[in-house]
Design a protein around this ligand. Structure first.
Ligand SMILES: *Cc1c(COP(=O)(O)O)cnc(C)c1O
Length: 383
């Protein structure tokens, strides 16, 4: 079989089918050395010097992710935040960047505080509206446009292909935080993006037991080399054991993401017509913002994340969260266990999350159990 034709499901399941040369092991060994032997003639022919810059423990996981995203190369980072901030730090003070008003909260905070103080000219816009992108982009001045789709915590959809076309015309690069879509559902590089970022903490690993991030580049270019240098110099390096765990987690990526997506669709359909629910935010609902774009851009599901706005306001939402038994009240997403949280409490002032909004991350439990549990929690809360 031509290895180029192997389907992504097979690539993930076998972690690219690599076999350890020395032992014939099917799962890779864990390399923990921080340093590498120099040759007698004072060279480093192995290409490895010191593990802050590079680590053989990364090779297989990076190769798998690069293949799944159709990129030239991938680079693991110590967290999703470390990966995302490396992209911005590869720019120069004074550069203009566009980012969405609705996006992952910690990154938005970092952009508004650290990145701005460091000299980046960060402008937040409605990234879901191509006309707003067209109006805000400054040809020759805007270096980077950051997209997140579906975007936390409203799951709004940005048309990657349309945005990338506008950016290409203006000489700006496009980076996509595709954490929620995962390479199972969306391939941003095929739609014209230059960089894809994942909080591998979430679906890629999928078991709520490690913090990791990854970037994938369309081209091994000057900008990518700057990003790799930042990883090595700032030391935002993943540990060897975490890289190994991530590779293990990714073997079940397709099964987990498809199960979570199909459950999210069922939960969204059920609670969208529920008497105790004001609104459900999920791109898989026909009435959702961006549904038609999502149907084109996402393949095989709309993702495992949705938000439910509870009738009765903030107190009712918090009381609903207090009354769940199977769902876990916790932040984060993309694990095997379903999580829910009152998002406005996490994000504080300036959040786009309504006070009655509960953010739901679907796991892989029995979906009827999840629906029944949330149903009884709503009834308890609003009794
Ligand atoms: C969690 C998350 C991040 C940050 O990842 P960490 O691994 O927690 O640093 C970035 N973007 C999105 C969409 C996330 O969900």
């Amino acid at each position: 079989m031509n290895p180029e034709q192997v389907k992504p499901e097979s690539i993930a399941a076998q972690a690219l089918g690599w076999i350890d040369d020395k032992t014939r092991a099917i799962t890779p060994p864990i390399h923990v050395s921080t340093t590498y032997l120099r040759d007698t003639d004072n060279q480093y022919r192995s290409g490895r010097v010191y593990a802050r810059a590079d680590n053989p423990a990364f090779d297989q996981a990076e190769a798998v992710i690069a293949r799944l995203e159709h990129g030239a190369q991938a680079a693991l980072f110590a967290s999703g935040m470390a990966a995302a901030t490396a992209v911005f730090q590869s720019l120069a003070p004074g550069d203009h960047v566009l980012a969405p008003k609705v996006m992952y909260w910690s990154l938005r905070n970092w952009l508004m505080n650290f990145a701005t103080a460091w000299g980046l000219n960060v402008e937040l816009i409605d990234m879901t509206d191509p006309l707003a992108v067209q109006a805000a982009i400054r040809p020759g001045k805007t270096r980077l446009v950051w997209v997140e789709t579906p975007a936390n915590p409203l799951w709004s959809i940005t048309d990657i292909a349309a945005t990338a076309a506008i950016c290409r015309g203006a000489g700006a690069r496009v980076a996509v935080d595709s954490t929620v879509a995962t390479p199972v559902l969306t391939q941003p590089l095929l739609l014209g993006a230059d960089i894809v970022m994942h909080a591998a903490t979430k679906y890629l690993n999928g078991h709520s037991d490690l913090i990791a991030g990854v970037l994938v580049t369309r081209a091994d270019d000057e900008s990518w080399r700057r990003i790799k240098t930042i990883r090595a110099q700032l030391g935002a390096t993943l540990g060897s054991f975490e890289a190994w765990l991530l590779l293990r987690g990714m073997r079940t990526l397709f099964l987990r993401v498809r199960a979570a997506s199909s459950s999210a669709q069922r939960v969204a359909d059920h609670f969208a017509r529920h008497a105790l629910v004001r609104e459900v935010l999920y791109p898989g609902l026909a009435q959702a913002q961006g549904h038609a774009i999502a149907a084109r851009q996402m393949h095989g599901g709309f993702g495992g994340m949705l938000s439910v706005c509870v009738r009765g306001g903030e107190a009712a939402a918090i009381a609903t969260a207090a009354n769940v038994a199977l769902w876990k009240r916790a932040t984060s997403l993309g694990g095997t266990e379903s999580l829910l949280e009152h998002r406005a409490s996490v994000e504080g002032a300036g959040t786009p999350a309504a006070p009655d909004l509960l953010r739901l991350s679907l796991g892989i439990e029995d979906c009827d159990d999840l629906i029944a549990d949330l149903d009884q929690a709503l009834h308890q809360a609003l009794r």
